[in-house]
Design a protein around this ligand. Structure first.
Ligand code: FES
Length: 150
């Protein structure tokens, strides 16, 4: 196990940051991988004026890598503006974890998708706001993946 995962992955798995769910969240993103069956829910509170993600929590029913990636992505995203958060990709998550085994790359994709889906929910609830181009692009990708998988 120690050879399979980096110390950072194991540390986040054992002491997950921002675990749980925000009760009065401004937006929520539910994602899942139909192949492994893992599920992830990302909830956020966002400052409407500054568009800063002020709080974020994750709830993950999944493998150790899914828990570690969701934990670290919440740390990376907290305090960022929406456009900044959208620039974080699963590759950044993997780099921050010091690497992931090839069979666990999709777990980091799930974490990135959770962020995108939660932010999509935010813009769905705020039709008066214009989503940044990154959001539009990523939401389209996400929709394509969902259609493809079902
Ligand atoms: Fe599927 Fe980790 S095995 S998210």
């Amino acid at each position: 196990m120690a050879d399979f995962y980096t110390d950072t992955v194991l540390e986040h798995f054992r002491n997950p940051r921002n675990a749980g769910e925000i009760e009065d969240a401004d937006c929520v993103g539910d994602v899942g991988n139909p192949v492994c069956g893992d599920l992830m829910r990302i909830s956020m509170t966002i400052n409407d004026e500054t568009e800063v993600i002020e709080d974020i929590k994750f709830k993950t029913f999944g493998c150790g890598a899914a828990i570690a990636t969701s934990s670290i992505i919440t740390e990376m995203v907290k305090g960022l503006t929406i456009p900044e958060a959208l620039k974080i990709s699963n590759k950044d998550v993997i780099a921050k974890l010091g690497g992931l085994p090839a069979v666990k790359i999709h777990c980091s994709v799930l974490a990135e998708e959770g962020i995108v889906k939660a932010l999509k929910d935010y813009f769905d609830k705020h039709p008066e706001k214009t989503a940044p181009p990154e959001q539009e692009e990523k939401a389209k990708l996400l929709a394509a993946v969902e259609v493809h998988e079902h």
